[in-house]
Design a protein around this ligand. Structure first.
Ligand SMILES: Cc1cc2nc3c(=O)[nH]c(=O)nc-3n(C[C@H](O)[C@H](O)[C@H](O)COP(=O)(O)OP(=O)(O)OC[C@H]3O[C@@H](n4cnc5c(N)ncnc54)[C@H](O)[C@@H]3O)c2cc1C
Length: 508
């Protein structure tokens, strides 16, 4: 039996960062990953002469050397920033909503964003300024919370970040109502909601405002070698720090201590038993509690079952034999909705028949050399807010993929005026089945547990201590306390890694 201070299960964004934090804290660490490469969703793949990004549309809160965001500061601390070649995304987004006849393209930069919004919606300036003031206070409160490992002093929070506490239990729509933001400005501002996969009646204002602020204030970044470049840099750093990494290795069982029920070891798929008292799991609690442990505290089972799975992913990747100008693809980042009413739109996203939402990216607009000269790449993502793909019969699977892929191309051409058909050289489609098989996420969810009013960012941060009923077991990644997305998964890896170092030190 080999012995480690800690074992990290899964080399996704959360697991990779947790492993580095553990090693930096002096813990002898093993990282196991069931695939033959790191990153989980954070990877790339090749088809013909195209290297497609598998998931990342844009990395939020990285910023530049002279306008560093929290992710850059985290990466500096991990020692990986300079291992990656970055490029900046040119503009925030173009949102098109059919019902409202809305077509707006928004820039990065808080002032530029507010000015552009005033152009689209005269009179919106005061409410949009208030939004960004509030969002900045939220960012500072979160930075304080993470600096004290989540053990916030409530009096300090109230005196320094009163508005953060005040907004704590309200949804996006409730707070924007109270800011008296004109409807059209809200429709434009709320365009990012599909990145968090919950509609704006349910989505915590704190969570949404924090994300929008980070995007608009710092801009967004992209590694030139796709997200896989980040995953490789993090893995290299783990090895530099003396960590062990095993690919093609699945953790199949967690052993528990008979006395306290806490972690005693990990069993790998080849039967190897690893002795450890600490595990950071970068996979779903549903899997850990449902499949990997014999005895699970009742409270953990109830908490996992009470949570709601987030959207199930579907992505179409196109390699085109003409460049973006020739095709009429003007922007990097598109959100195409039937309606800007996120609650109604969320409802339509439950079924394959009705869902026509897409978040579409043309990486060439940020990094023209990402594909051969005279070509470009597009990737189109949508989410299903129910397990409708689970109802597709095996014999209808390919037909259903074609149905959705065709709808996506038609919709993009109709809404943006671009011409894609006749130029498709490569096409690849990932459905919820692909995501379930690739990363092991139930039903193919790509954002962990959905952010809901009782289970959003704030409650999860506040309940961090409570959410830890099995001694020695912590979670990192999309299901954890910072919820889903690249930055959030990195931050939860950072928090869980550092907390585990604290646990180990306390044990002596
Ligand atoms: C199409 C798509 C587009 C997206 N776009 C964006 C975006 O633009 N911006 C953004 O911020 N986020 C985006 N996301 C979300 C983002 O990719 C995820 O939130 C994030 O990558 C999740 O990281 P994670 O740490 O949870 O790990 P995951 O990526 O879920 O990886 C978990 C890892 O654990 C491994 N594993 C699981 N079980 C075991 C086991 N038992 N033993 C060993 N290994 C195991 C898996 O193989 C996997 O490698 C997108 C996701 C998708 C799919």
């Amino acid at each position: 039996m080999r012995k480690y201070d800690a074992v990290v299960i899964g080399a996704g964004n959360g697991g990779l960062v947790a492993a580095i934090r553990l090693l930096q804290g002096g813990a002898k660490t093993l990282l196991v990953e069931k695939h033959n490469l790191p990153g989980g969703f954070a990877t790339s793949f090749r088809r013909g002469r195209f290297e497609f990004e598998a998931s990342l549309h844009e990395l939020n809160d990285f910023g530049t050397a002279d306008n560093a965001g929290d992710v850059r500061e985290l990466f500096d601390g991990l020692g990986v920033t300079d291992k990656i070649e970055w490029t900046q995304i040119p503009e925030a987004y173009r949102v098109i909503a059919r019902a409202e006849k809305l077509d707006a393209t928004m820039p990065f930069g808080v002032q530029a964003f507010i000015d552009k919004m005033e152009g689209y919606v005269p009179g919106s300036r005061p409410s949009v300024e208030k939004f960004f003031d509030l969002a900045e206070e939220i960012r500072l409160a979160q930075a304080y919370s993470s600096s004290v490992n989540g053990k916030t002093d409530s009096k300090y929070m109230v005196s320094h970040y009163g508005n953060f506490v005040r907004c704590g239990s309200y949804s996006v729509n409730e707070v924007l109502d109270s800011l008296k933001m004109p409807k059209k400005a809200r429709d434009i501002l709320n365009a990012y909601w599909c990145y968090l996969g919950a509609h704006c009646d349910d989505l915590s204002f704190l969570h949404y405002a924090s994300m929008v602020n980070r995007y608009i204030k710092r801009g967004a970044s992209m590694p030139k070698g796709r997200s896989h470049e980040i995953s490789l840099a993090l893995t290299e750093r783990i090895r530099e720090l003396g960590g062990d990494v095993l690919f093609n290795t699945e953790a199949v069982k967690l052993l528990t201590d008979e006395k306290d029920g806490g972690i005693a070891g990990v069993v790998l798929d080849d039967g190897t038993r690893i002795e450890t008292r600490h595990v950071v799991a970068n996979c779903a609690p549903h899997l850990v509690f449902g499949k990997m442990m014999d005895k699970v505290p009742e409270a953990e089972v109830r908490a996992a079952n009470a949570r709601k799975f987030s959207g199930r992913g579907f992505t179409m990747f196109l390699g085109l034999d003409a460049d973006a100008d020739e095709l009429g693809v003007e922007n990097h980042n598109y959100f195409l909705y039937d309606t800007a009413d996120s609650v109604a739109q969320y409802g339509r996203m439950r079924t394959i028949a009705e869902n026509e939402v897409q978040a579409t990216v043309c990486l060439n607009r940020a990094y023209p050399e990402c594909s051969p000269k005279g070509t470009c790449m597009l990737y189109f993502t949508t989410l299903y807010m129910s397990d409708d793909w689970g109802n597709v019969k095996a014999e209808d699977y390919y037909k259903t993929k074609d149905f959705v892929a065709n709808k996506m191309i038609d919709r993009f051409e109709q809404d943006t005026g671009a011409k894609l058909r006749g130029h498709i050289e490569e096409i690849s489609v990932a459905t919820p089945m692909t995501y379930a098989r690739y990363c092991g996420h139930p039903q193919g969810v790509i954002y962990g547990y959905e952010s809901q009013y009782w289970d959003g960012l704030m409650p999860r941060l506040q309940m961090m201590g409570e959410d830890h009923k099995v001694r020695g077991l912590r979670f990192a990644g999309g299901y954890a306390m910072r919820l889903s997305g690249y930055s959030s998964a990195y931050f939860s890896g950072d928090i869980s890694g550092r907390q585990t170092v604290g646990d180990i030190k306390r044990e002596g």
